[in-house]
Design a protein around this ligand. Structure first.
Ligand SMILES: *Cc1c(COP(=O)(O)O)cnc(C)c1O
Length: 233
């Protein structure tokens, strides 16, 4: 299947999930996760009208934004080391993976240096998997309240990476749980936040995530095919 055909299939499924949930298609943004994939693949997706891309490595974002001059919306979705934050302001429109105070402080510092406000999501490890980064559901609310005070960081919502599974229904509880945390925070009307974003759902489970309120779905394999990690650093 070509990238174009894959995108048609993903689009059809997103629309169907929106229909099932009684949501408008415009409420859900597809992030095409292009990590490990060549610029030629990104260009094929661009030809199909895709303008929102996700990457999980700072170096790859730097390389790809160097090569592709067209204005695209890049999202940093992967684990982020504090010493790499300085490369991101002006390059990405959102960081999805904020899970430590020291990281939020560095984003504040670097965004201030660039005289901009960085949109961020706080990553929550809903299934308490040892292998994953993220705040616990219990820690998330206080963390959001704390970094809401940073003038150059705007908390837009929450992100989760659900367990890898063959049964997407088993992840519904985590998507629902993330939405509930966001709804509860929203009701506090925390100054310095704009809590309108739930980044959840990947190739294996994005339809369930949409049914549970996702506003960003992050789809890689379903668009670009399997990744070959052998080629990457
Ligand atoms: C790789 C990645 C994705 C995309 O995963 P697929 O299963 O290929 O759709 C989504 N979110 C994050 C954080 C990722 O690292």
């Amino acid at each position: 299947m070509s990238i174009k055909q894959n995108l048609e299939e993903v689009e059809k499924r997103i629309q169907a999930a929106c229909d099932r949930a009684g949501r408008d298609r415009s409420e859900v943004t597809l992030i095409a996760v292009s990590k490990t994939k060549p610029v030629s693949d990104i260009r094929q997706a661009m030809e199909c009208g895709i303008t929102v891309f996700g990457e999980n490595k700072v170096q790859e974002i730097r390389d790809k934004t160097e090569e592709i001059k067209e204005p695209l919306n890049w999202h940093m979705i992967g684990h982020l080391q504090t010493n790499k934050v300085k490369y991101l302001p002006g390059k990405v429109c959102m960081i999805h993976s904020v899970d430590k105070l020291s990281l939020a402080e560095e984003i504040e510092k670097q965004a201030a240096k660039h005289d901009l406000v960085m949109d961020v999501l706080c990553e929550v490890n809903m299934a308490a998997e040892d292998s994953k980064f993220g705040l616990t559901p219990a820690e998330a609310p206080d963390f959001v309240r704390t970094i809401a005070k940073f003038p150059h960081v705007r908390v837009r919502g929450l992100m989760t990476i659900a367990p890898y599974t063959d049964d997407p229904e088993s992840n519904r509880q985590y998507f629902k749980g993330l939405r509930e945390i966001l709804e509860s925070l929203k009701s506090e009307n925390i100054e310095g936040t704009q809590l309108d974003t739930l980044s959840m759902g990947m190739t294996g489970d994005y339809e369930v995530a949409i049914e549970e309120g996702a506003t960003f779905v992050r789809v890689g394999t379903g668009i670009f095919g399997e990744r070959d990690y052998g080629q990457t650093k």
